[in-house]
Design a protein around this ligand. Structure first.
Ligand code: ACO
Length: 327
């Protein structure tokens, strides 16, 4: 079966910067606490009126340009997001219309911070079977609109952004997305959630008062789960290709917390220098984080043809996964 290859990447971050110092004026926190516990120094915030699909389109245009793909050549658009412009229709539908990708069918995948990895895995299957020739995969989230700005445990962690990649059938049977391993543990749903605003608990005056339509998190449980899950699944994904972590040239990982990344790299026995880091600039951008990192690493010339890239991400659900790509 033909492998899918990533033939172009793009990313977008809003221009508005919120530094840790800015947050000291919003909640009882400090630049020192945030830097030490997370590695985050600043994050971006979407402009008023800017929606997730606007960010997604900006990233997508870059990826399409780099891959030499015209919008009408796109057969499939999959957007990983949990902050779509509105509950219905999908963010992907707006992206399709704004890009003028009139031949593409389009849908969203809800896997929170693992959204882009899940979306890539879905698109990759369509390419492997020959159903689709060009797929646009996007991770985009606008978390500054769903965090509780009074909760210092969470509001300091997140930022807004979008990342995109174009997939096409690989011309070389040795190069492309070799394997994707996706996992879910729904028993952990409550450690990271937006409890109200869905069918179970629609927004009422009471939920607005208690802010239950905003993100809630048990940080320590998320931390523990992330370290174990990401290292295990990466090992599994590599093993399924007959590879071991020592052979990996680059790690493109979801940017949640520097301490999580260090612990994962330590468990994999891969030097942390192989991991692309940008959480200091953007914080945790949820589904955008992995494709934004990939785009930065590509544009910096870090990833060369033939390199082995491991991608890993984890998010609410809990959902997580790893992909192994021969560039
Ligand atoms: N500023 C100052 N103090 C704070 C802040 C803050 N922003 N946030 C929490 N604290 C306080 C707590 O109230 C607590 O005080 P107490 O001891 O008086 O009760 C103290 O700091 C220590 O809190 P902990 O929760 O133990 O701190 P920890 O070292 O676990 O770090 C953190 C918290 C950064 C949230 C960590 O648990 C973490 O990164 N977890 C992973 C969460 C994550 O990445 N979520 C992103 C979404 S999911 C994903 O992307 C994988």
């Amino acid at each position: 079966m033909t492998l899918a290859q990533i033939i172009g990447t793009g990313s977008y971050a809003p221009s508005q910067v919120i530094t840790n110092k800015d947050l000291e004026k919003v909640v009882d926190t400090s630049d020192e606490w945030i830097t030490e516990r997370t590695g985050i120094k600043e994050r971006r915030q979407a402009a008023p009126g800017e929606a997730t699909s606007d960010m997604a389109v900006a990233a997508a245009r870059e990826a399409l340009a780099l891959s030499g793909t015209r919008p009408e050549e796109v057969d499939l658009i999959v957007v990983g997001t949990i902050t779509a412009d509105m509950p219905m229709p999908s963010c992907a539908a707006f992206v399709q219309a704004k890009l003028g990708a009139k031949n593409a069918f389009a849908f969203d995948v809800a896997a929170a911070c693992a959204g882009a990895l899940y979306a890539m895995s879905v698109a990759e299957q369509f390419i492997r079977t020959g159903r689709v020739k060009r797929a646009l995969v996007i991770g985009a989230d606008l978390f500054t609109r769903i965090v509780n700005w009074k909760d210092r445990n969470t509001c300091v962690l997140f930022g807004d952004g979008a990342g995109a990649m174009v997939l096409a059938p690989s011309e070389d049977p040795q190069r492309g997305i070799l394997s994707t391993h996706l996992r879910t543990d729904g028993a952990l749903a409550e450690i990271l959630a937006v409890p109200a605003g869905g069918s179970k608990e629609p927004v009422t005056e009471e939920t607005l008062r208690t802010q239950r339509h905003k993100l809630t998190m048990n940080g320590r449980e998320v931390f523990k789960c992330a370290v174990r899950a990401l290292s295990d699944t990466t090992q599994e994904a590599l093993a399924s290709c007959g590879l071991v972590p020592a052979q990996v040239d680059h790690v493109i990982a979801h940017q949640a917390n520097m301490r999580i990344l260090e612990a994962v790299m330590q468990r994999l026995e891969v030097p942390v220098e192989k991991c692309w880091i940008n959480l200091d600039k953007y914080g945790n951008t949820s589904a955008a984080s992995l494709p934004m990192s990939l785009d930065e690493a590509c544009r910096a010339g870090r990833i060369k043809r033939g390199d082995l890239v491991a991608m890993l991400a984890i998010g609410a659900g809990m959902t997580w996964g790893s992909a192994v790509v021969r560039w």
